[in-house]
Design a binder for this molecule. Structure first.
Ligand code: PLP
Length: 393
């Protein structure tokens, strides 16, 4: 294999320079430990940004995916495939939503939710109710619609204009602003129960309940973007379960595919059935290999793993809270944001990579999204590496 510096030069010479890569090349992994092209090992507190829920090399997931790839890798939605059917049934049964649309990413899942909400309103009221309210500081994706839905000015540079019409933003937690914005041009409110990229900001059960009540009173659909909070990340299969506030549409991606591209938009029956043939589609959506793997993910993210996520989240939070420069830790389960009292989070993350720990940032925070199956020993190893870096700051 090429030297890791050659691999970096090869990538930098050809990829669009869209990412600020860290100076590391990963070649394999087991559990929550990665091996780099430099031969070093790294503890993973990132899961590939909340994706590798079962970590690296889960034998059941690898077997399911390999067997499906050998049998039939793709067939399109013109025909049925057993693993696609099995996953659709499993995920609807497990979540209590009756309908699901399968796609390949979080942005696509949110696109589907916006289209579904608009069509639902159109079918009931005719044109004029296309507006979707989202929250300031939200993140919903990078396609033009989901970027527009994202309530962050910094992510709306002039070079991409024109942005899409039909979105309106209100501050999180501000019911008066939401009530004012929710006029008769609106079809839905879309939010993340815990804002992820916005800096790990939980919205709180009381606010979510009030939003639900307002949506019910005004005939609006409630969409939860659980692309980051979903699939066990917060200690429940989906984060809405903490508050008991069930949305009408729920989007999921990242952790459900465990590394294969996958997204889904769940809907209650009345909302989902409106999306009849011809109104939406995806060439790769419901891919049999991704679905075979996702069935294993759903089986393994069971009550005992969910309880363990809550336990490990508490442990991480406890140790993080005692570290030098840590002002506050927020989040739920194993979705944690660490507010620092001075050091630059990105610089800390870069130093952690040098020491053998992968860790994320969100705004000015350090962010942890470890594989759900991380062991206590791996957590301790990673936490000690982080502690050492913070001690040196
Ligand atoms: N929604 C949320 C809450 C996210 O965190 C992300 C990605 O970080 C997305 C949507 C977009 O997902 P994707 O990058 O798979 O399109």
């Amino acid at each position: 294999m090429m030297d890791f510096r050659q691999i970096i030069a090869q990538a930098d010479g050809a990829l669009m320079p869209t990412y600020a890569h860290f100076n590391a090349v990963m070649v394999s992994g087991k559990g929550a430990t990665l091996t780099g092209a430099d031969g070093r090992t790294y503890v993973d507190f990132t899961s590939g940004i909340g994706v590798n829920s079962l970590g690296y090399g889960d034998p059941d997931w690898v077997r399911a995916v390999s067997e499906q790839a050998a049998a039939l890798q793709h067939i399109s939605n013109l025909y049925y495939a057993p693993s696609t059917a099995a996953f659709a049934e499993k995920v609807t049964r497990r979540t209590g939503f009756e309908r699901v649309f399968l796609c390949n990413s979080g942005a696509e899942a949110n696109e589907c939710a916006v289209k579904t909400a608009r069509k639902y309103a159109y079918d009931r009221h005719g044109p004029g109710r296309a507006t979707v309210i989202t929250l300031l500081n939200s993140f919903h994706g990078r396609s033009m619609v989901t970027l527009t839905a994202t309530g962050q000015e910094a992510l709306h540079p002039e070079c991409f204009a024109p942005y899409n019409p039909g979105f309106r933003y209100v501050p999180a937690g501000d019911m008066a602003a939401l009530e004012e914005a929710a006029d008769d041009t609106v079809c839905a409110v879309m939010l993340e129960p815990i804002q992820g990229e916005g800096g790990v900001m939980p919205l709180g059960a009381a606010y979510l309940r009030q939003v639900r009540e307002l949506c019910d009173a005004r005939g609006l659909l409630l969409i939860f973007d659980e692309v980051q909070t979903g699939v066990g990340r917060t200690g429940k299969l989906y984060a809405w379960e903490h508050s008991g506030v069930r949305p009408d549409l729920l989007t999921s991606a990242k952790g459900i595919g465990n590394g294969l591209p996958m997204g889904l938009c769940l809907a209650r029956e009345e909302v989902g059935v409106g999306m009849t043939a011809g109104f939406h589609g995806s060439t790769f959506g419901g891919n049999p290999v991704a679905c075979a793997g996702a069935c294993v993910v759903l089986d393994k993210v069971n009550d005992s793993l969910l309880a363990d996520v809550a336990r490990k989240g508490d442990y991480l939070r406890g140790r993080l809270s005692g570290m030098k420069h840590v002002r506050a830790v927020r989040g739920m389960g194993m979705m944690l944001g660490v507010e620092l009292d001075g050091p630059d989070a990105r610089a800390v993350a870069a130093k952690c990579v040098e020491k053998g720990l992968l860790i994320l940032t969100a705004k000015a925070l350090l962010r942890l999204l470890p594989p759900l199956i991380i062991t206590d020993e791996e957590m301790d190893r990673g936490l000690t590496l982080l502690e050492n870096v913070l001690e040196e700051e």
